[in-house]
Design a protein around this ligand. Sequence first.
Ligand code: MGD
Ligand code: MGD
Ligand code: MO
Length: 834
Amino acid sequence: MTSHWCDFQNADVIMNIGSNSAENHPVSSKWIHKAHERGAKWIVVDPRYTRTAEQADIYCPIRSGTDIAFYGGLYNYIIENDLWQHEYVLNYTNASYLLDPEYEFDPATGFFSGWDEEAGKYSNHSWHYQVESETVWDTSEGGDYAWAVAEGVPEFTPPVVQHPKRDMTLQDPLCVFQQFKKHYSRYDMDTVCSICGMDKETLELVYSTYASTGQPGKAGAVLYALGQTQHTYGAQNTRAMSVLQLLLGNIGVPGGGLNALRGEPNVQGATDMGMLVNEHPAYLKWANTTDRSSLRKWLESQTYSDGYYTNKPKFLISSLKEWFGENATVENDYGYDWWPKVPTSPDFTMMSTFELMDQGVIKGYFNWGMNPCHSAPNAGFVRRSMAKLDWLVVADQVATESATFWKAPDMNPEEIDTTVYFLPCALIYEKPGIILNSGRWMQYRNKAVEPWDMAKPDYEMCDLIWREVCRLYEEEGGANPDPILKTKWDYYVDGKIDPRPVAWALNGYRVAGTECNTTSAAPKTDLLPGYGDLKADGSTACAMWIYSGFWSNNDAPLDAAEQPIGRRDNSDASGIGLNSTWAYAWPNNRRILYNRASADMAGKPWNPEKVLVEWTGDKWNLVDAADFVAAKNGKPVPPNDKAFFMLWEQNGRLESYGMADGPLPEHYEPFETPVESNPLNGALNSPCMQFARNESTRKGDSAEYPIVATTYSVTEMWQTGGQSRMCPALVEAMPSQFVEISEELAAEKGIEKGDKVRVFNNRGSVVVDAMVTKRIKPLTVHGETQHLVGLTHHYSWAGVFGTGDTVNDLTPNVGDPNSFTPEYKAFLVDIEKA
Ligand SMILES: Nc1nc2c(c(=O)[nH]1)N[C@H]1C(S)=C(S)[C@@H](COP(=O)(O)OP(=O)(O)OC[C@H]3O[C@@H](n4cnc5c(=O)[nH]c(N)nc54)[C@H](O)[C@@H]3O)O[C@H]1N2
Ligand SMILES: Nc1nc2c(c(=O)[nH]1)N[C@H]1C(S)=C(S)[C@@H](COP(=O)(O)OP(=O)(O)OC[C@H]3O[C@@H](n4cnc5c(=O)[nH]c(N)nc54)[C@H](O)[C@@H]3O)O[C@H]1N2
Ligand SMILES: [Mo]
């Protein structure tokens, strides 16, 4: 989220697209209703008439998997009707930048320039800007970048700042704005309706309502979640929404933003802290075998030439100092070579993991707090892959499908040799810890009760395993000992592993002044006030630069309640619900990211009633924490056009060279699609879909499986049910899985409400209850009737209550080339009465 939950109250228009917030994030409704009661318009774009749609003003149906056509049509509408926010787009985005003359999109083939057929991927060279001039970092004494050559800072060649060529009249055919306009001129409303299966009147109403937020002072909020991300072009969907918000000047303003309503508690914290194969904690990149194979290469490839990420060396060296403690010195590149190097191939993303198990490459597996035999796409394939493991460790609070995979109805235990270890974990109420919400608020929760029976908090289990691995290395030796034995691991209070010294590590501290391992009630710490104090010379340690500041009170380093994270003052000095004295929002307690964009070029807020930052003529009045350079060396910096300072251009990207699958979002059909052509371009699917060629995906075609299926959650259940299916009251409230079927399709198939229905495709077959409903309507796609069904996916065989078939036996294990997220939201099936 660029914004936070309470900020929905400031919106003039709210659009839920691919998010059923009333169902999955019920508390968000409180803030949406505040806006709604004030007269804000509420739009829902969803294949199903959901519990959210029921409360909204406008419901627009859409065929699953066609959102980019919808956004492309909206851009075209905004440009044709001159509804974009001119001053914002001109100054705060890259609209005026000239693209490389080689840049091209060919509608006949559906390819952008740079496609390499042999490699099966794009080279992004031609997606870059033309360069006007270059400048270099001033590293001389007293210069802005003197720190980069200070003692203790590893040697690297600073990047050259390339100033792009711009045309501030936006007339040059090579400028981003003109290329963008040309690209989306193909997306007329008739074409969009024909692809997405909606009627033109509704579409026009949605377009005109949402585009009304392009006026300065008006704000539109986009709320999205899995209906956007779980596609083979899910990351492009996300970009498409960012671009929409930039065109309308809706990013960085109160009531605006691009708001991912997030999932598992604690998915925000988990992604921040690097529970991803490609991102190191705090969104720095892991070492790899190519452009990050040494510290110097990392610094040279990752440090931005301009903007805030010029500071990356400080973040990285501070991270290495936490990772390896006193073993990390400038002479040994701060231990960089002890980091594992992520290989280019194979990749170890979730779906690949099961391919590698199937191939016998992965022989042992730690399955920690997840249940892929139920939740992963093509779950039958996952179970068959797991059956090839030598050993499996499952850490969970209940015996899940993954912990008991050999007992699945389609498994034969006699043929399975895998040894399974089960580690019972403490529940959230049985351990203290930090949790983040979608709005990046960090909060601390205390332990309520002792863990049950043998169960332990996860960090205690990790500590026991870690210490045992270290003991074995010390006593018996082994391959590659340094990455293990040089690691700093001293997060103990009174000899017990403890989350509080971990909090110091996340916050950052001066190395000379802090001792993590403590037996004292008043431990010695020199915690930093924020990431502005981080150094690249080894004098500071910090595992998570983005969190820095949340645990910075040196007077009570062991007391969460006395830390910024523990604040519970709900008075609101801002008057617009920033609530800056409640908890701590990363980064720097900033509630609304990119808040510089809430004011015009002169620093005057677009909406004088809702001020985040304001230039008063001689200084900035900061209601929210600044998201830009407001002062330098104690002197105020007057307003300029650098509203997005986390990018080197410091301008938002309508066009971006950073994506694997194209510089502009382009409509492609899902991996499995009911249609045979794409009226917008010559490619049916995205050429970059991940894993589409793997045999295990067992692609089905529309002749055999003509119906589009999508999957989703319900309020009464939680994902695979580890925390909800064991609760009889919840199972009573939602007693079975069901498939939502339109009355028309039900009549065609001779199905009635409550019948058992078999839903099947090449990958699997499940029997669920029929929910015959007006909430789903047949769509007209390319002139033909198209049916869509929706399935819940919470049940499976394990457990006492709420058992049923595994819906993920149907979903395809293909995904997005940027995020590797699976396509759970659009695939093909057929149905029959069981
Ligand atoms: N009670 C409860 N709350 C939950 C969860 C839970 O299991 N139970 N899960 C949590 C988790 S982990 C997550 S990630 C979030 C998920 O939150 P949401 O993303 O809101 O969850 P879903 O119900 O999966 O999907 C949202 C909507 O997307 C629609 N949709 C499907 N395909 C498309 C499409 O192609 N385009 C568009 N525009 N819409 C589409 C679906 O019909 C559905 O209404 O919820 C969290 N909250
Ligand atoms: N078809 C379909 N499939 C989907 C989705 C979809 O929309 N459609 N949504 C996807 C999404 S968004 C998500 S997030 C995934 C979720 O997929 P999973 O993460 O595999 O599903 P969960 O049921 O949330 O599993 C979490 C497990 O962690 C256990 N657990 C809870 N607390 C703790 C703890 O403190 N420690 C440990 N060690 N274990 C704990 C729970 O008991 C549970 O078994 O599912 C995905 N699968
Ligand atoms: Mo999720």
